[in-house]
Design a protein around this ligand. Structure first.
Ligand code: OGA
Ligand code: NI
Length: 191
């Protein structure tokens, strides 16, 4: 029995999800801008305004006979600006907090939001990208749907000038295109 989506249905659902995700992104970026004491549109416009990108990745973690010997994903921070994540109800995501790995609860209907590297850079470290990893499960397949919100590749990202001054708060991060940042992170080069 075929119970999945047809390509046409998949397209419709994805387009609608994208619209809602972009609305939520706008709201979160406004609140994060205000949290920095800046105009609500600051972060969005620094990330390319209407050219901001949303990239969906579907993670699939099959059951693992010896879950204590493996990880789903190694510890990392996301290199985008924000990640909006929906897991399938199987626990496994952990965040690094105060020196411990802390399990993230599966709340039905919740969208998990990660602050990524580009928000850390723009805020000059006032917000920090969340270090996270995933475990695998002995019996159950875990899946998660992640949307990475990121600037266009050629967008130049650095600490916001409003947050930087030479004496009190010098820039903690270098300024470069998102493409350059990605290249360095993927190839483990210094930023
Ligand atoms: C990622 C990620 C976590 C998860 O895709 O960057 O961290 O819960 N996924 O699958
Ligand atoms: Ni991640």
């Amino acid at each position: 029995k075929f119970y999945g989506f047809t390509p046409q249905q998949c397209r419709e659902v994805t387009e609608e999800y994208n619209k809602e995700i972009l609305k939520l992104t706008d709201k979160i970026l406004e609140l994060l801008s205000e949290g920095l004491g800046l105009e609500p549109n600051t972060l969005k416009s620094s990330l390319g305004g209407e050219d901001i990108e949303a990239e969906m990745k579907i993670n699939h973690y099959p059951p693992c006979p010896q879950p204590e010997l493996a990880l789903g994903v190694e510890p990392h921070t996301d290199m985008c600006a924000l990640t909006l994540l929906v897991p399938n109800g199987v626990a496994g995501l952990q965040v690094w907090k105060d020196g411990n790995w802390v399990a993230v609860d599966c709340l039905p209907g919740a969208i998990l939001v990660h602050v990524g590297d580009q928000i850390e850079v723009l805020s000059n470290g006032k917000y920090t990208g969340v270090l996270h990893r995933t475990l695998v499960n002995k019996e159950r397949t875990r899946m998660s749907w992640a949307v990475f919100i990121a600037p266009p590749h050629d967008k130049v990202i650095g600490p916001l000038t409003q947050l930087v001054d030479d004496d009190q708060s010098p820039p903690k991060y270098s300024t470069k295109t998102f493409a350059d940042y990605r290249y360095r992170k993927i190839n483990k080069l210094p930023q």
